[in-house]
Every structure is written in C-alpha cells, then in structure tokens.
Design a protein around this ligand. Structure first.
Ligand code: IVH
Length: 694
C-alpha cells in the first residue's frame, strides 16, 4: 500500500483519497458481506482514519458514497434482504483517552453543560443482529447489513439457545406488540477453541493423506460470523453461539423508558441475556476508570471484547444530541489496543536448543500488536508449519493477547502471491559447522544430531548460567555469544577459567564490568546442590526432582554413584528421570564436564543425609515443654532424621504430642480436645525407634 502523501499536492491527495476508498470498499465487502477479512480490524480502522482526516482537511473531496459515510457492508445474495424499520447505525470510535475525553466534551457542550450519566458496556466482538418480536413471538432475525437493509438469518438465530423464542408477560413486565431487540451474536472462546481443534484435526488427516489443509478460523469473531451465515441451520446449531442484548429498535405498545438502563432492565425482565458488567456512572473520569478496568480484565471473561461502548443514559438527552450521517452523537466505542494485526512473513528460520531440538520461527515485518512490537514468533515444529500452511512471502495474521506469547495464527490466503513455494524444513543446522538435522520416525521434533554443534553448546552455557540454574548475573545470551565467537568458551565448565584480560578484549567490557562478571562466576561455585543438578542440563531433570535428589543423596558424587533403582525410589524422581540421569552420567564427555566443574572448585554439595530408618514418614510429632535427653532443636532433628515432621502447633492430623516439663497449656488443651495421643519422653524414644505408639 503506497505511503501517505507528504506534501499538500491536490492531485496526489485526490489520488490517495480515491485509492483509500477503493481499498476500504474492498475490505468492507470482505468483512461484512463475505465474513472473510484480509486485514485485522486495527488496520481497517487506520485506513478509515486516514480517509476521514483527508476528507476533513479537503472538504472539496467529500462524497456521499465515501466509505466514511456508510455503515456496514453490502448485502450478500445468500440471504433474503430485510429492511430495518429503525436503522442500525454504527458507532464512532475513540482510539485513546484523549479522543474519549473529546467526545465527552462534545456531549457536554451539545447539552449545555448539564449533568450527564453514562452507561458503560463491554464492546462484544461479534455480529450485530436485530431480533423482531410480534406479540411476543420471534418472527425475524436480521444482520445489520448496510444499516438500512440486512440479511434474514432467522432460522440460524432461532438455534441460539439463549435467544428467547417466545416472550411472556409477568406481573412486572408486559410484552409489547412489537419489540425489536438489538444485540451481539458471538462465539464464546471455548466454543471457538473446539471448532478450531476439530478443523485442525481434520487438517492433520488431510495432510497425512497428502491433501492440502483447509483454512482454520482465525478468531472467535470470524468463526462466529461464519457460523451465523451458514446455509444449513443445523450447522449453526452445533456451533454454540450466544447473544447479549444491548439496545432496542422499533417498539410498539411498550412502556415509556426514561433511561437506557431502564430499557436494559426491561429486556432482562423479559428473559434476554443482558451483560452483567454494565455500569452507569456520573462522570467521564469514571468512564475512563471503567475502560482501564476492562482493558486489564479483558481476558478474564469467556468471550472476546474489543473495547467499551459508552452511551448517554438519559433518553431525552440522547434525543437532543441526535445523529451524524453515520453514527449517534450520544455514544462512542472506546477501542482497546489491537491484539491482532496482519504483517509480512519475511522468512522462516530455525533455532537450535541446548538439547539439539530445531525449532522453526517466523521472521516478521515488525508489527505493533498486543502492546509491543513483534518481529519474531515461534512456529513450534515442522507439522505446525505444514498445518498452518504459512510460507515466506505470505501476509499472516499475528496475535498477541495479554501475557500470551505472540502467535502466527495463519496466512491470508487471498493475498498469497502466485506460485509462492511451501517452506521446507532445512536438513542442515544453521550453525557454522552445518551439522545434520534429522527427524526420527514417530517424533514431532527435528533435531541437530551433532552434540558438538556450536549453537547447542552456546545454549547449554546460557542455560547453565540462567536464573533457575547457576544464576550468574551478567552471563546472558549476548555475552555467551561474544565469548563463544571469540573462542573463549566451548562448554559451561570453561567459564571458570576466564580471565580479566580475556574479558577486556570483548566489545562493551570495561574493567568494572569484567570484574563484576568474574565475581558473579566465582559466586556461582557455592550454589546449593539442587541448582548444580539443574544446571547440568540432564533431560527431564527439573528443579523439583533436583531438590528431591539433593536431600536423598546429599552430594553430587552420591547421585553419580546411584543405580537406576536407587534414583527411581526417591519421592518425586521416578523411572524416566532415573534412566535419563544414569544415561547422562554414562557419557564420557559429560563425566569430563563434571570433573572440570570439580577442578574449578564448584561445591558439589554437603546436604546432610540421614542414614537412619525412615520410620516416621508422613507423621507429625509436636514437642512441648523441656525434655531431659534433647534440647528443642535436637528433638526436632531426631524426628526429621527419621522422615517425620515437627510442626509448631497441634492439629487433628498430629500423630502425637510429646509432653515435657512445663508444657504449653494451649498445646495440651488442643491435644485433649482433638483426642491426639500425649506421650512422655520415654515413649517418644520408643516412637523414634519403631515409628509406633506401642
Ligand atoms: S450499541 C446505536 N453496544 O459494535 C448503537 N454496540 O462499532 C448501536 N457492539 O455495530 C450499537 N458491543 O456490532 C452497542 N454493548 C454494545 C456493543 C456494540 C458490541 C458492536 C455492534 C456495533 C459495533 C459498533
């Protein structure tokens, strides 16, 4: 897409305006009519913005049929047209707080600075529909279409469980003769995930059979739109669509409403789902708070929202404010920053992990999405790339929602350049020695088969120094690459022989930073045993198994000497980890690496290990008062050395309370109350031996 014109050259501007109108009309059709958008909403909004700005600055170029003046899309021929008796208008957008405040100012000015209440609602990311009830019966459901004429989707909407089909009067509400209810049909996130998983499973079968995968729905909105516009309503019925009501259209023979929230209360009383998060507030500052609150909570609800809709609550005030050509002046849509954008997939490259796993990742034209600029995203493995069918040169949808890592959702197929080749997993490693990449039968990962691959080695050093392992501050990815490129380190053991002179040869290192790094490396020699065990990088051996091994064996030599059975019987270790540990220590290079660490002076552990019979495993014994043969710590240690626990208070799970001289009154009374056995010192000694009370 050409850039904005820089100078105020009227021919260039007219050309740009024409080009924008054409582009926007193309995307309007894809979005509204075909429900198959090619660009993310955020990009569409940007185009509209640019056109609006240009039209405002150059009024001579304004046109009644400009997309800035239109609502929604054209009508597809697949569904019968329905004329809306009350038009379904769109809303103006506020992209940030300044724009929201400007809207607030306009409202206040328009009303002559009176008191205004605002109804704040979630902006549901779905499809607007109008439901028409005559004498309490659902007679028609229509999409918004171009705002004046929509499409008849009655049969499909009738399959949505939460949409009332028949309305009943109660002592509080009387059903109007005619009632049009407007609201949003949407696909809840779990229903979307189910649909996506089903499509992916179908695709996996297709690919396995040598056929091309079919497009997978990219987000709940598109999937919801597709579900609502099915020709066969039994397909719609199986999708799990839902609905929130937020507005009324034509009403005949109904009550006179004074406020929007009264209208919503009426709809709710008639049985329509009205969103519980709606809040009426008395100032624009509170509107801002509501927007902030929901921007941070947007992922805590089971459906997608893309902003907040703010409406003037008083209906007389609304009347006074009226409409522009496109939208009401009394409402505004505050849009959250986009979480989905489209961008160019420049390349797919492969990164090598410390165990040799080769992970493909997307190199993207950087794009601002979900609050940060994204230039890379993992593609997990070969099958994922094939299933998503993303190819270098594709325009792809990128999503970054909340704290979730950025994801390439899929390609925009209609924008794929002709003849674009599918990506093939490389067979050589990107490392300088170009080792071989191979995928074993039945495995999803492709691996670099050469343990001496420089990329693997770098990753092992990075892992060794990381926070969960030896925790060496200053030895991050950048420094490791520098050290490795300079040929100063080849395995993690080498870091202990680095000298200040060597570090000073590296770019960015001064005496102070070099000394700091050496001090951090020195400090790592006394890390506790679980950290060292983790740092070795043995497959499956994570921090909690490392803790368990450290307490069971006390030092690294003990773990090295242990048999598979010895290892596997440790609580929290098990067969798989035990097997992995013994195989790791069986490799001569690994043993040599361990010896290098020993020679460097790394402390291999001094966790004290009890060799006493573990008769008290699972038992808690509380000690109170003074004993003759034990001081307080000694008694606790005697219990713990036999596998027991010695908590500070009595509960119904306590095995026994040892009563010494001058015991604590509360412990005694608690033991009495709960019926916990109370024992003297002599019995305690027997319990330490046998684990039994008698
Ligand atoms: S009120 C005249 N309320 O957002 C007022 N719209 O950008 C008409 N939307 O077309 C709309 N949640 O599809 C309204 N709580 C809400 C909404 C909402 C989502 C959608 C609706 C509308 C679009 C405007």
């Amino acid at each position: 897409m050409p850039k904005r014109p820089a100078a105020d050259d009227s021919a260039t501007i007219a050309r740009r305006i024409a080009e924008l109108r054409e582009t926007i009309n193309h995307h309007r059709r894809l979005y509204h009519t075909l429900a198959e958008p090619e660009i993310a909403d955020a990009e569409y909004d940007e185009l509209i913005r640019e056109l609006e700005d240009l039209e405002r600055a150059h009024p001579a170029e304004a046109a009644a049929d400009s997309p800035t003046q239109l609502i929604g899309g054209e009508i597809s021929e697949a569904f019968a047209p329905v004329e809306h008796r009350v038009p379904m208008t769109s809303l103006d957008n506020a992209m940030d707080r300044t724009e929201l405040d400007a809207w607030g100012e306009r409202v206040l000015k328009g009303l002559g600075d009176v008191e205004v209440h605002y109804c704040c609602e979630l902006k549901i990311d779905g499809l607007a529909v109008s439901l028409r009830y005559e004498n309490g019966r659902l007679v028609q459901a229509a999409t918004r279409g171009d705002g004046r004429i929509g499409e008849d989707v009655t049969a499909n909407v009738a399959t949505i469980a939460v949409v009332p089909k028949v309305l009943k009067s109660t002592k509080n509400v009387t059903v109007p003769e005619v009632l049009e209810v407007r609201g949003e049909v949407y696909l809840p996130i779990d229903a979307f995930e189910r649909l996506k998983a089903a499509k992916e499973a179908e695709n996996a079968e297709r690919v396995a059979a040598g056929r091309k995968p079919e497009p997978v729905p990219v987000n709940p909105r598109n999937a919801g739109a597709g579900s609502l516009r099915q020709k066969d309503s039994t397909v719609t019925a199986g999708r799990g669509l839902a609905f929130w009501a937020y507005q009324v259209g034509e009403v005949v023979g109904g009550p006179e409403f004074a406020s929007h929230h009264d209208t919503l209360a009426f709809l709710s009383a008639l049985g329509f789902p009205v969103n519980p998060s709606i809040r009426v507030v008395a100032s624009l500052a509170e509107v801002g708070d509501y927007c902030d609150e929901w921007q941070s909570k947007r992922h805590q609800i089971p459906y997608e929202i893309d902003g907040v809709v703010v409406k003037v609550d008083d209906l007389a005030q609304r009347e006074a404010l009226g409409f522009t050509a496109r939208a009401p002046r009394w409402a505004i849509a505050f849009k959250f920053p986009p979480e989905e954008r489209t961008t160019l997939l420049r390349d797919i490259q492969v990164s090598i992990g410390r165990t040799g796993r080769a992970t493909p990742f997307a190199v993207l034209e950087p794009v601002f999405v979900g609050g940060s600029t994204v230039g890379m995203a993992t593609l997990h493995n070969e099958d994922q790339v094939r299933l998503k069918d993303v190819r270098p040169g594709d325009t792809v949808v990128v999503r970054k929602a909340g704290d979730v890592i950025p994801e390439v959702v899929g390609p925009v197929l209609s924008l794929r350049p002709e003849g674009l080749a599918a990506w093939k997993f490389p067979t050589t490693c990107p490392c300088p020695i170009g080792s071989t990449l191979a995928r074993n039968e039945g495995e999803s990962d492709t691996r670099c088969v050469e343990p001496n691959c420089p990329h693997q080695r770098d990753q092992r050093i990075i892992y060794f120094a990381s926070r969960g392992a030896m925790d060496i501050e200053g030895l991050g990815e950048r420094t490791v690459f520098q050290l490795s490129d300079a040929g100063l380190v080849a395995d993690p053991g080498d870091i202990y022989s680095l000298t200040i002179e060597q570090l000073l040869t590296l770019e960015g290192f001064g005496r102070l930073s070099a000394e700091k790094l050496l001090a951090a490396i020195e400090g790592s020699k006394s890390r506790p045993l679980p950290k060292i065990l983790t740092a070795l990088g043995v497959k499956h051996l994570g921090p909690s198994a490392a803790e368990a091994l450290a307490s069971a064996f006390g030092n690294l030599d003990g773990v090295m000497a242990a048999s598979i059975d010895d290892l596997a019987t440790v609580d929290g270790v098990g067969e798989v980890i035990a097997q992995s540990i013994t195989s790791w220590f069986a490799v001569p290079d690994n043993r040599e690496f361990v010896e290098k660490l020993r020679r460097a002076g790394v402390d291999f552990g001094n966790v004290e290990v009890s060799r006493l019979p573990q008769v008290l495993v699972g038992k808690a014994i509380v000690v109170t008062g003074t004993l003759d043969g034990f001081d307080r710590d000694g008694a606790e240690k005697a219990i713990k050395d036999r596998g027991g626990k010695s908590p500070g208070s009595v509960s119904k799970k306590t095995f026994a309370v040892v009563i010494g001289r001058e015991p604590g009154a509360s412990k005694v009374s608690k033991a009495e109350e709960l019926g916990v056995p109370m024992i003297d010192e002599e019995t305690f000694r027997r319990v330490l031996e046998t684990g039994e009370l008698d």
